[in-house]
Write a protein that binds this ligand. Structure first.
Ligand code: SF4
Ligand code: SF4
Length: 159
């Protein structure tokens, strides 16, 4: 008799766990989907505006930026991701002044800590949430920021 009890108890336990498992499956099946079909959803994809994907230097309609080439961002960067190259320019009143020549940002080195953005006194740089920065070689992750986006990529070895 005991054997029979054990047998049915085993079947009951098995069925109970099966129902429990299926109820979890059903719950998840009916839940709102959170996964995205990328890149098919590229046009509708919503990335958080706070997401730090790539450092950028905004330019205005005259293609001018706010960077004064002070180098503070590069000094505050913990791993040498930023390289600020300066040049001397002559102002209208005949004085010479230091200005930005090339601003290089190595996305392959960046830890996205945001220290450069916080420390910039001119608010000349910011993070964009454009995450599509993948490249086949590390060299292509070195971006020259002080120009139009279409011309952003430039090899640092040409400096
Ligand atoms: S986010 Fe951090 S690691 Fe990246 S460039 Fe700025 S300071 Fe350097
Ligand atoms: S981005 Fe800002 S901190 Fe960096 S060199 Fe330009 S003005 Fe200075």
């Amino acid at each position: 008799m005991n054997e029979l009890k054990k047998y049915f108890a085993g079947i009951f336990t098995g069925l109970k766990s099966l129902v429990l498992g299926l109820s979890v499956t059903l719950k998840v099946f009916l839940r709102k989907k959170v996964t995205s079909q990328y890149p098919e959803n590229r046009k509708t994809l919503q990335i958080s505006p706070r997401f730090r994907a790539m450092l950028t230097m905004p330019h205005d309609t005259n293609n001018e930026h706010a960077c004064t080439a002070c180098g503070i961002c590069a000094m505050n960067c913990p791993n040498g991701t930023i390289k600020v190259i300066t040049k001397q320019i002559e102002t209208e009143d005949g004085k010479t002044k230091r200005a930005l020549d090339k601003y290089f940002y190595d996305m392959g080195m960046c830890t996205f800590c945001n220290l450069c953005v916080i420390s910039c006194p001119s608010k000349a740089i910011e993070f964009s949430n454009n995450f599509e920065g993948a490249a086949f070689t590390r060299e292509k992750l070195v971006l020259k920021l002080n120009q139009e986006n279409s011309k952003l990529r430039e090899k640092i070895k040409n400096v």
